[in-house]
Each structure stands twice: as C-alpha cells, then as structure tokens.
Design a protein around this ligand. Structure first.
Ligand SMILES: [Zn+2]
Ligand SMILES: [Zn+2]
Ligand SMILES: [Zn+2]
Ligand SMILES: [Zn+2]
Length: 496
C-alpha cells in the first residue's frame, strides 16, 4: 500500500484507471475498481503512426493497414509512401503530420540519401514530430505536447545521435523549415529520440508483408544491387524468432504509462488489418480543409477505429492493481530480458518473475531452458548508453549477457519472488500455444473462458488448456524421474 504522502492520483476518463506516481518507476496506471479478466481496460487513438522505411510500399502511411500490390495507392511525388484507399490518400496528404507536401518532399530527399533503415526511421520520426511542432492547430499542439510529455530523459548517446542526425534532417527539410539547421534544437531532438525509443510500440508486419519482404530481399541478394540502402544482414537473425518483422510503430499517450513487468496482467491488441474496424479517415472527417483533424484523438463513436490500441486484462484485477505490460516477448530468458530492459529502456528489471528466475539460475541450470538466441523484438537501438539516465539506481551494475545474473531482490516495499509453479502455470496459460508465435493471450471478452492470442489471433478453450496442462505435468514428472536416475539430458530443451 502507498504511503499517505504521495501526490493525489489523477483519474483517467472512463472511470476504470488512474495515474499514480510510483516512487521508483515514475508514473503508473492503476485500476480504480475490480476489472474482470477479458475486460478492456484502455482503448486509445495514436498520437503518431509511422511506417517503417522498408515497409513503405506495402503499409498505408495514414492508417498502417497492410496493403497488397493491387489495392496500393502509391504517392506519385515521393514514391516513398502508399495508401490503402483514396480516403487515406486524401486524409494523409491533407494532414500536416501524416503525408503533407512538406513531409512528402522530405521523404523524397531522405530516400535519395540511401540511409540505413534504422537511421531513416529515426529521421522520419523526427520529421513527423517537427511537423506536429510547426503546425498551427490545437490538435497538432495537443499531439506535440503529448509527445513531450512521454517519459524519457536523453542520454549522452541520444545527444550524440541528435547531433549526428540534425544536418541530415535539415537537408531533408530543405526550405520547409524556417531557419534551416540552425533552427533545430539539439536537446529537443535528443529528448524526442529518447522518448520515441522508450515509448513507441512496434507494429508487427502481417504474414503477407513479412513474406513479401523476404522474397524481395532474396531477389536483391541474387540480383546484387538493391534499390534501397537497407541494413541487410542485421535483420536476418530476427526471423528465426517467429514473425518479428515490424511494419511500423505507434505512439499512444496513456498506454505509455503502463510500466513493464516480465509477467504482464494486460495484453495489447491492435486491429490495423481488421476489416470490421472502421477506417480512421472517413470522407466526412476530411471535409473541413484548414488543417483540421483527420484522425480523432478521442475514441470515435460508433465503433473502434482500426488504429486504436486496446488493452485487455488477462485475469481479474482488484481495485488499485498496477497495470503491467511486458516490453519483451514472454518466452525470452532472464539474461535476454535483463539486457533488453537495461539497454533499450534504461532500467534494471526487478519484477517478481526476474527475482524468481534469478534464484533458479543459481540452483539449477534450468535458466538456459528459457533462453533463445538474441532476437531484437523492440524498436531496438544499438547505442548502449554508458550512463543509463533513466531509473538506473535499481540496477546493480553492468551485467553482461554471458555472465551469471546474481540474485535479483525485490526493491523495498515491493512484491517478492513468484512461486516457480505459479510462473510455469502462468506461461503455459497466457502464452500462445502455437509454435513460434510467443504472443500473449487474454480472454476475448469479459466472462469468456477462451484465451485469444494478441499476435496470431488463435483462440484456445479452457479444455484445451487443461489438456496441455496435464501433458506438461506428465512431462515434468518424466523429466524429474529421468533426472533422478542420472539422465540429465531430457530436462533441457523442451519447454512444453
Ligand atoms: Zn489506410
Ligand atoms: Zn509522397
Ligand atoms: Zn522482470
Ligand atoms: Zn499466437
């Protein structure tokens, strides 16, 4: 329980959540009433949507929908953006921070530089952020304020990155920015880059998109010269870890307040390709011409827009529960999760699962069982900041991936380690059972006994779960018996 000296909580509209200040983690989101498993705890429109530079020809620049070759409406000016419909083309080109003429021109000049895909992505993000900053409209101002309000203080590495990108940014903006490079505020750029890294959600490519990109890359390898300067081999290894290719990213203001735990209690669902969800750019919205909003910030009445993110409770959450999402896939091993939290998000995870697993790795070699090869799931950044400016105090020293991870202790006043049996049961229940998926599953609706994966959409009944539980328990007993008779080989390797 919190002490009485804490600042008052701030309720969010909807009557389900409030923002509190957590002594160690900063802001946090908490339930204000009992939330049932499967209930939607948060639905939100994005502040900003960005298409990954290597997905420009198959992802709608306005709504991030995956676009097939036939339905694609390409931008004929820059050839660096496409749209899923004439409506999205209209909305995108008339919205200053989506694909207005200045941004379109900047996209074209960026493309001519043939930058590595990661750098191109960072530059595009800055272009869109600056478009928000320099658009004279209440909605743009509101969105830019939401960006600046995101958590994240720039590190020295972010400062260096901003200084390196600024001249390129100025070149891309050309005449669009009054004052040119001199008008760019380096510390603001650094802060924006940091905030984007900490808060943006990677949006997974559709299966068709991932397949198309793989085919294009194979063709480029065979044909030698490829048209665009993408990072190439770096991305190879991600594919072994299921479909982790990203089509783009999205920033949501309230969702970004949900802190990380390696065992989440909410799962994120998105609907970019769901035809039952309304296109966010109906013709009526673009009727008002003077830079008026084409994308509503408030939830739209009469149905969920396809760009809205939804978080559903995995199980019942009593009043006062802090919402927790996992910033990394659930199947990642302890060392990998620790490294990702530290290197990308700037904090050392001390959650009850990490505490629990750090004890295992001391006792038995069991930890390795959860390990996978490094697959970078986030909007990863290669700059490993020497001084993690974030909430680094909880992290006890720079632990290398290969080194053993010492016991992770609960921060004062916070929850202790999970029971290993509970952890195993949790993962068996809430991790998608489809091989290679590794999505998180929550009930599709309040009161439902089904569990629905947030990556592949697979639904599992309670009976199926119970059968898998039985099978897992049988295997565990068999492994234990094998271990007792000296055969150690069986225990490692097979998770289920
Ligand atoms: Zn679209
Ligand atoms: Zn264009
Ligand atoms: Zn953790
Ligand atoms: Zn799945």
């Amino acid at each position: 329980m919190e002490s009485a000296t804490q600042p008052p909580a701030m309720p969010l509209p909807g009557g389900t959540l409030e923002v509190r200040r957590h002594a160690r983690k900063g802001r946090s989101l908490h339930t204000t009433r009992l939330v049932k498993g499967g209930e939607v705890v948060l639905e939100e429109a994005p502040v900003l949507l960005l298409v990954a530079p290597d997905m420009s020809t198959n992802t709608c620049a306005t709504c991030l929908r995956a676009v097939g070759p036939q339905e694609c409406v390409g931008c004929s000016s820059c050839q660096q953006a496409c749209f899923c419909s004439p409506e999205c083309l209209q909305a995108g080109t008339s919205t200053p921070w989506v694909h207005s003429p200045p941004l379109c021109g900047a996209y074209a000049r960026l493309a001519a530089l043939q930058l590595p895909v990661e750098e191109a992505g960072q530059l595009r993000f800055l272009l869109h952020a600056l478009a928000l900053k320099h658009t004279q409209s209440p909605e743009a101002a509101q969105r830019y304020a939401a960006l600046l309000d995101l958590v994240g203080e720039p590190t020295a590495a972010d400062q260096a990155l901003a200084a390196r990108l600024a001249p390129v940014l100025a070149e891309a903006l050309a005449g669009a920015l009054p004052g040119g490079a001199a008008a760019l505020d380096l510390s603001e750029l650094a802060a924006l880059l940091r905030k984007e890294q900490l808060n943006s959600y990677g949006i997974l490519a559709s299966a068709a998109q991932a397949e198309a990109v793989r085919a294009a890359e194979a063709a480029a390898r065979q044909g030698g010269a490829s048209g665009s300067g993408r990072g190439g081999a770096v991305e190879q290894e991600e594919e072994e870890d299921g479909e982790r290719r990203l089509r783009g990213s999205a920033i949501y203001a309230q969702a970004s307040l949900i802190n990380h735990e390696c065992l989440p209690n909410v799962a994120r669902y998105d609907f970019f390709d769901d035809p039952s969800h309304r296109n966010p750019a109906p013709a009526s919205a673009s009727a008002s011409t003077s830079g008026a909003p084409a994308i509503a910030v408030a939830p739209t009445a009469g149905g969920l827009a396809s760009t809205h993110v939804v978080f559903r409770a995995l199980h019942d959450l009593p009043p006062g529960t802090e919402l927790a999402q996992s910033y990394v896939p659930l199947h990642w091993g302890l060392a990998e999760r620790q490294a990702q939290c530290r290197d990308v998000y700037g904090f050392g995870c001390t959650c009850p699962r990490c505490q629990c697993e750090s004890q295992w790795s001391d006792e038995e070699g069991e930890e390795s069982e959860w390990e996978t090869d490094s697959g970078d799931g986030g909007m990863g950044e290669e700059e490993v900041a020497g001084d993690d400016a974030g909430s680094g105090e909880a992290c006890n020293g720079e632990v290398e991936m290969e080194e053993a991870i010492g016991p992770i202790m609960a921060p004062p006043g916070e929850e202790g380690p999970l029971e290993p049996a509970y952890l195993r049961l949790f993962l068996l229940k809430y991790m998608c059972p489809r091989p290679g998926c590794f999505g998180t599953a929550a009930p599709p609706a309040q009161g439902s006994s089904l569990l629905e994966c947030n990556v592949c959409g697979h639904r599992r009944s309670e009976q199926e779960f119970l059968r898998e539980l039985e099978r897992a328990q049988r295997e565990e007993r068999r492994a234990a018996a094998a271990a007792a008779t000296g055969g150690k080989g069986k225990a490692a390797g097979q998770r289920r």
